[in-house]
Design a protein around this ligand. Structure first.
Ligand code: FAD
Length: 588
């Protein structure tokens, strides 16, 4: 399945790799990361947040010694050369490590990958082995005080000296993760004021200085500073990639960063689920554990349903990326070109996953605080840190608004380039609206028949709204952001629900009916709510641009395409909550 094709093609459960099928090596790596988290990170969270001198670096060093910083690097540069899924599993496990996980993600992702993907052989040989072990720590300097989402408007300038040996950088970068201890900075500057270009800058470069640590709402242990360049000399051989092509580095790195952010958010979410369950079982009010109250059971179940759905989408995308990477290697691409190309192919899916993962974590921590009651508001209990640390995820690696806009923008651009035929299925949906509804049932004995039908209809709803909006606004659609947000929400919700359905169906194929009883209830609750979410987003979009008969027809279509089997969602959530409380932790 090509990137973006989820919207127009059916997927088969048997083609999907699910977390329950992880191989021995995957499990071993994930166990190692979990063990590291328990021994080397969790006991030190308070001291990390106090930014105790040298502590973060020493934990990164230990992670480096175990190979945790070099999972995605090729063996020739001291890496483990593992598949993308392994990298995601490690990121997920360490995602519960609060500020440590942010420092690690910045180092291994945006700090290291630009050199792997765009560096010359000499740059790779010089820097990657040091970054792989953690001997050197990396950071990434794109954002400036005046340019965040509009990253290419950066003002930092670079001018080549007359002898051609050095570039001289002048400017200021803002919000730079790991800046306080980084040995290496990936910096973006405009050569001669208009050629946006990447540079590798070492910490002892003359003219580089740091601001003070920012005072932040959360991830307090993560070093975040401004970085100043005042006639800062950078050797000409440290230009990264092609001159004037810095945007390729800046944007392509983010595809992987977004998927990894979701993986980290997933790990953090699972931890908060387990903490919430344990607390709800232990806390008694009115002489019974609060876990027995329907209101609390609802929260526990809903946390778990969203986490399971997020994980299903994450593994689906990881697998797509791994498969594409293998195909590109078979075509003759090297390891780094193949991973870069694979992540670019699934850029739409990575953007959607970033949004869903970060918003799942925000939901989970918010309900976590609520389950803890007053203790949730106490800085001496774990929900305080979880709640504060979650919030940044909707802001960095592209804000969720930017990622929603990108989701639709990238889909439409692929359609315009002829890479993705969205218009034919969109026109077919319009035709279908004029016809008498097809009530033929199909083979209802097939597993999850109703759910597959609902997913096919969710796709129709999304194509109907997106297609009509394109026809209405043509090139002006980019200015209709409210509608683009609605379409993105429709696509994200349907992708996540489909991923969950495929995973549970695959689980049934592998383990039989009994293994998926609770999963099926979880799926039914999710399908029920997904239909409503798609309906409300679609309604908002249609009402924004359609009128009269067209509006009436589309609203009827939306109603038809968001119809799902009526299920008892209270009982569904109760079954999920029972499984959670019986296990005493997140168990799916
Ligand atoms: C703790 C932390 C760590 C960070 N680490 C790094 C790092 O290591 N390296 C680095 O380079 N940067 C880093 N950043 C910067 C981060 O990537 C930016 O903050 C982010 O991209 C948003 O930019 P901004 O803060 O300038 O907000 P703005 O771009 O000003 O956005 C403000 C609001 O407007 C919205 N908005 C902006 N443009 C549009 C648009 N076109 N359409 C609709 N809505 C829009 C945004 O979604 C947001 O809601 C970090 C930030 C923080 C807070």
């Amino acid at each position: 399945m090509k990137g973006g094709e989820f919207l127009i093609k059916d997927s088969r459960a048997e083609d999907l790799f699910i977390p329950e099928e992880m191989n021995e090596e995957h499990r071993m790596m994930a166990d190692m990361a979990n063990d590291f988290l328990d021994k080397e990170v969790t006991p030190y969270l308070d001291r990390i947040d106090a930014q105790e001198e040298g502590l973060m670096q020493s934990i990164l060093d230990k992670a480096g010694a175990l190979g945790l910083l070099s999972v995605s690097l090729p063996e020739e540069y001291g890496g483990l050369g593992k598949d993308f899924t392994t990298g995601m599993l490690i990121t997920e496990a360490l995602g519960a490590g609060h500020s440590f996980s942010v420092a690690m993600a910045a180092h291994t992702g945006i700090g290291t990958l630009p050199i792997l993907y765009y560096g010359t052989d000499a740059q790779k040989k010089k820097y990657l082995p040091k970054l792989a072990t953690g001997e050197w720590k990396a950071s990434y300097c794109l954002t400036e005080p005046g340019s965040g989402s509009d990253a290419l408007a950066a003002k930092t300038k670079a001018i080549l000296e007359s002898d051609g040996k050095n570039y001289v950088l002048n400017g200021q970068k803002m919000w730079i993760t790991n800046a306080g201890f980084a040995d290496l900075f990936i910096v973006f500057a405009q050569i001669d004021g208009d050629k946006f270009t990447g540079f590798i800058v070492e910490k002892n470069a003359v003219g580089l200085s740091l601001g003070n640590e920012e005072h932040k709402m959360g991830i307090k242990g993560s070093s975040t500073r401004q970085v100043f360049f005042s006639d800062c000399k950078v050797p000409a051989e440290n230009v990264l990639g092609e001159i004037g092509k810095g945007h390729l580095i800046a944007f392509n790195i983010l595809n992987i960063g977004r998927a990894k952010l979701a993986a980290a958010a997933l790990g953090a979410s699972k931890k908060v689920c387990s903490t919430s369950i344990a607390y709800a079982l232990g806390r008694e009010q009115f002489k019974i554990p609060i876990a027995k109250f329907g209101a609390i059971r609802y929260k526990l179940a809903e946390q778990a349903i969203r986490v399971f759905a997020c994980e299903s989408a994450m593994f689906r995308i990881s697998d797509y990326i791994d498969e594409k990477e293998k195909a590109l290697i078979a075509e003759g691409k090297n390891f780094s070109q193949a991973l870069l190309g694979a992540a670019e192919e699934y850029a739409v899916e990575c953007a959607m996953l970033k949004v869903y993962g970060s918003e799942t974590l925000d939901y989970v921590v918010d309900e976590g605080v609520q389950i803890f009651g007053g203790y949730g508001f106490s800085a001496d209990y774990p929900m305080d840190r979880a709640y504060r640390d979650s919030r940044i995820n909707r802001i960095f690696e592209g804000t969720n608004e930017i990622n929603r806009l990108l989701t639709v923008d990238m889909l439409l651009k692929r359609a315009m380039k002829g890479q993705l035929d969205l218009m034919t299925p969109a026109m077919n949906v319009q035709k279908e609206l004029m016809e008498i509804p097809d009530t033929s049932e199909g083979d209802a004995s097939q597993p999850f028949f109703a759910e597959y039908k609902a997913i096919a209809n969710f796709k129709k709803a999304t194509l109907m709204v997106a297609g009509a909006a394109v026809q209405k606004f043509m090139m002006q659609l980019a200015k209709e952001q409210e509608i683009l947000m609605n379409v993105a929400d429709m696509a994200i919700n349907l992708f996540v629900a489909e991923s969950t359905l495929l995973r549970i169906h695959r689980l049934l194929q592998l383990k039989g009916n009994d293994a998926v009883t609770v999963h099926t209830q979880m799926l039914q609750v999710l399908m029920n709510d997904t239909a409503d979410r798609i309906n409300i987003a679609g309604k908002n979009a249609i009402q924004s641009f359609a009128e009269g008969d067209e509006m009436r027809m589309m609203m009827l279509g939306l109603k038809r395409f968001t119809k799902v089997n009526l299920v008892n969602t209270r009982d569904g959530r109760r079954a999920v909550a029972k499984a959670l409380t019986d296990n005493g932790k997140y168990c799916f």
